[in-house]
Ligand binder design. Structure first.
Ligand code: PAZ
Length: 350
């Protein structure tokens, strides 16, 4: 296999960490206390591969800080799982396929960013998304001619365009792909990357499109082996709330980076209020609100000082397969541009 043909990532986050023995002395995670986030990290173990990921991320950030000066977007994408057993057979998951994140990554790359793509392993990836999770089998994109495999001419033109973009991102070392599966892996990896991104200051952009579980099962209550149906009859699951890490990200992990979070709702009557409340509570820069039912064609962008507006695709644009991320990303990049110049001005004044 050529180096190009190799997958980017050597980490496999979906393999449960069965070696992580249960320590019954670990107290249950207390809810609603002051530094819940710190307690979380003191109570739950980091994924065993985290040092290696940090090394890869450090190299990537150093490369761009030294050689290209590009802005760096950390895009989170896909859903987190909540394991119910230590040797995980069952887990709680959510709907997210990672379309928003993978699609946005392509547009950030086109807008000149270096991208760290923190994604749920086996969810959609930039570029390969066009072929990996479609109703076609990947073999449908190929055909046989003179005893050789060729690209089916029906797809060849579009594939060439995508291939060129993919190669450009790869050859310029502009895309780093980092996987997670569980909510614990996500939180630890997000914290590590955010702290490493402090090196690029205001040039860091956080685009938090992952659908992160609000609840988790503390290790102290997690059975080591597969839950047996005979012994319980019913399965009653008692979950704790995942601490609100956005505050930690804004205040401590990424004090100079621009932070864009997403808010997903299913009830249109509460979406804008919830997005405004999030912006108020965490004091970050933008919240992008979307409804589960219409997320691919409409979002609302909420900025401080009660500024909000919608981006909506017309029926014609939907028919023409225009991707809403092609409109969201340049707008976010424009906000980021201003964020960077405000920072430079503040530094000059102080
Ligand atoms: O992954 P996807 O494209 O199917 O969905 C994207 C999304 C709805 C998960 C994203 O746009 C989003 O709103 N993420 C944040 C969800 C939340 O925690 O509220």
């Amino acid at each position: 296999m050529s180096p190009q043909a190799r997958r980017n990532s050597v980490f496999h986050t979906s393999i449960p960490d069965a070696g992580c023995a249960i320590d019954r002395n670990i107290p249950d995670f207390p809810i609603a206390q002051l530094s819940d986030e710190e307690k979380y990290f003191r109570t739950y173990k980091a994924p065993p591969y985290l040092d290696e990921i940090e090394e890869e991320v450090r190299k990537f950030i150093d490369y761009h800080a030294t050689h290209t000066g590009k802005r760096v977007a950390l895009i989170t994408s896909g859903g987190t799982t909540v394991p119910l057993e230590n040797n995980t057979v069952r887990f709680i998951d959510n709907f997210s396929a990672g379309t928003r994140g993978a699609t946005s990554a392509e547009y950030f790359l086109e807008n000149g960013y270096a991208v760290i793509f923190l994604y749920r392993e086996f969810s959609l990836l930039p570029y390969s998304r066009h072929y990996s999770h479609t109703t076609n089998c990947f073999l449908d994109y190929m055909t046989e001619s003179n005893n050789k495999v060729e690209i089916n001419p029906d797809f060849a033109h579009e594939m060439l365009i995508i291939l060129r973009k993919y190669k450009k991102a790869k050859d310029s070392n502009s895309l780093l792909v980092i996987p997670f599966t569980t909510v614990n892996q996500y939180l630890y990896t997000l914290r590590s990357i955010a702290i490493l991104l402090q090196k690029v200051g205001s040039k860091a952009l956080f685009f938090l499109a992952a659908a992160v579980s609000d609840f988790f099962l503390p290790q102290s209550r997690m059975p080591q082996h597969k839950i047996q149906s005979q012994s319980t009859g019913k399965l009653i699951i008692d979950l704790e709330q995942v601490p609100k890490f956005l505050r930690r990200l804004v205040d401590n992990w990424a004090p100079s980076g621009m932070i864009v979070s997403f808010k997903l709702e299913t009830d249109s009557s509460i979406l804008i209020d919830k997005a405004k409340t999030a912006l108020d509570r965490y004091q970050h820069q933008l919240v992008i609100g979307n409804l589960l039912q219409s997320r691919k064609k409409e979002v609302v962008i909420v900025a401080p000082n009660d500024q909000s507006h919608s981006i909506k695709l017309s029926d014609r644009e939907v028919k023409e397969n225009l991707e809403i991320e092609s409109l969201i990303v340049p707008e976010v990049a424009e906000h980021h541009e201003k964020w960077i110049s405000d920072h430079i001005k503040n530094e000059q004044e102080s």
